[in-house]
Design a protein around this ligand. Sequence first.
Ligand SMILES: [Zn+2]
Length: 321
Amino acid sequence: MSFASDVKDELIEKSELARAMGGMKPCCIHAEMYGIFLFCRDFTSREICIKTEHEQVAKLFAAYAGNITGASYKPVVTSSGKYRVDIKKPEERAAVLEYFGHTGAEVNRRMYRSNIEDECCMAALLRGAFLSCGTITDPQKDYHLEFVMAHKVLCDDLLKLITEIHLPDEDGTVDLSRREFEPKYILRKGVHVVYFKDSESIENILTFMGAPDAALEVMGTRMYKDMRNRVNRKMNFENANSGRAFDAAYRQIEAIRFIEEAKGLGFLPDELRELAILRLENEDFTLGDLADNVKEPISKSGVNHRLQKILETAEGLGWKG
Ligand SMILES: [Zn+2]
C-alpha cells in the first residue's frame, strides 16, 4: 500500500474512533463531511460524485451521503480500478447541496464559511478535503503533500483557509500574528494544486488533520536523512583532508630526497635528520604519527615546524618544489 493510502487510513480510523467515542464535536463532524463533499469530483445539482483510489474514502462518502438523505449508497469499482459513488436522484442531490447551504446553481464552486463554526472545525474540514482530493508522496522519495482540484475559486478559498490556521505553542497559547503555513500554488495540466514541499510543514499539517503517526514517520525519515547527510559530509571532509595530507607528505619526501642527493642527509641538524628519515620510511604517517615516533616527543605543530624547516633547507639548496 502507498504512503498516501496509509495516511488516509489513519485519518479515517482516528476520525471514526473519535466519532464513536463522542470525541468529535457535531460542528467538526459537519465540517469533515463538508470537506469530503466540497472537494470531491462533482458537486452540482446535476451530479454529485466521488471517484477515488481509496475504498475507505468511498465508503465514508457513501455513509455521510446516507446520513443526509436517508438513502443507501454503495461504491462501485470502475474499469480503471477506482471506487465511485454517485448520488443519482436529483432530490437527494438537492438535499445534500442544501445541507451545506449550496444551491447547485453556483457559477463557481466555492467554500461557504457557514459550514465552519469555529477554529476546531478547520482541522476537520481540511481532513475531509484531503480525503477527497489530497495525496502525499512517500517521504523516503520526496517531501510533497498536495490538494488537487478543478476549480480556481475553490482553490483560492482553500489557500486562504490554510493561511488562517493557528497552532498552539507548547504552553497552549496561540500567537495570532504568526502564520503557520505557507502553502504553494501551481496550475498543473489544467488543475489547481495547493501543495507543501518542506517536511516541517508536512509534519505539522498531518498532525493538524489528525494523522500524527504519519507525521512521525515523515519526521523520522527527515531525521534519518539529516543524519546520513551529516555523516556523508564528515566523510567527504575527512577524505579531502587526507588528500591534502597526502599531497603535503609527498612534497616533504621530494624535498628530503633532493637534500639527500645534493648534500646527503648528514647536512641536516640532528633533530631535522631524525624526522627526515622517519618521513622517508613512513610515507603514510600523519603529523600525529610523526610526533609520536621521534625520540624526544614533540607536539604536532613542532613536527610541522621542523618539516617546514626541511622544505626551506631544500629550497635553499635550489629545490623548486
Ligand atoms: Zn468544530
